[in-house]
Design a protein around this ligand. Structure first.
Ligand code: 5GP
Length: 129
């Protein structure tokens, strides 16, 4: 079964298209965090963003850069926040959200770093890179 986003690309589900090229599609999110909240996707269906081959990942971010510049110019926002989540739709996508204040994109409460645990974790992750 094709993902919701593939169905959008194929025109089976309507969307408000913002930009498109041969390999990418950008459209407005149906539940926007802010006006202009846009989703940028590869037309090829891959679940996690970081599962994309490096060249396709780079091309997606370059496509997103074009869309972000247009969103910023049109909305007059201070900053386009880019977020990758993917828990709802398993088709790689980048959220582009026009914001002018931190409150426009609430960030969950954050913890205080335990430096001993952090050093060990950083070393373990480093060993895998
Ligand atoms: P995530 O997978 O990153 O957690 O969230 C998926 C995003 O896709 C959500 O922000 C949701 O509002 C959006 N979304 C889900 N279904 C549709 C749809 O049918 N049309 C549009 N335009 N957006 C959708």
């Amino acid at each position: 079964m094709a993902s919701i986003f593939t169905q959008i690309v194929q025109g089976e589900i309507p969307s408000h298209r913002v930009h498109e090229d041969e390999a990418h599609y950008a459209f407005l999110d149906i539940n926007p965090v802010q006006p202009g909240h846009t989703l940028v996707i590869p037309k090829r269906e891959v679940d996690e963003l970081f599962d994309l081959p490096a060249d396709e990942l780079a091309a997606l971010w370059q496509f997103a850069q074009v869309v972000a510049a247009a969103l910023k110019a049109e909305t007059g926002c201070a900053r386009v926040v880019s977020v990758v989540v993917g828990y709802e739709v398993p088709h790689a996508h980048i959220h582009l959200i026009p914001t002018s204040h931190l409150e426009d994109f609430p960030i969950p409460p954050r913890g205080t770093l335990d430096h001993t645990a952090a050093a060990a974790l950083a070393a373990r992750v480093h060993a895998r890179t």
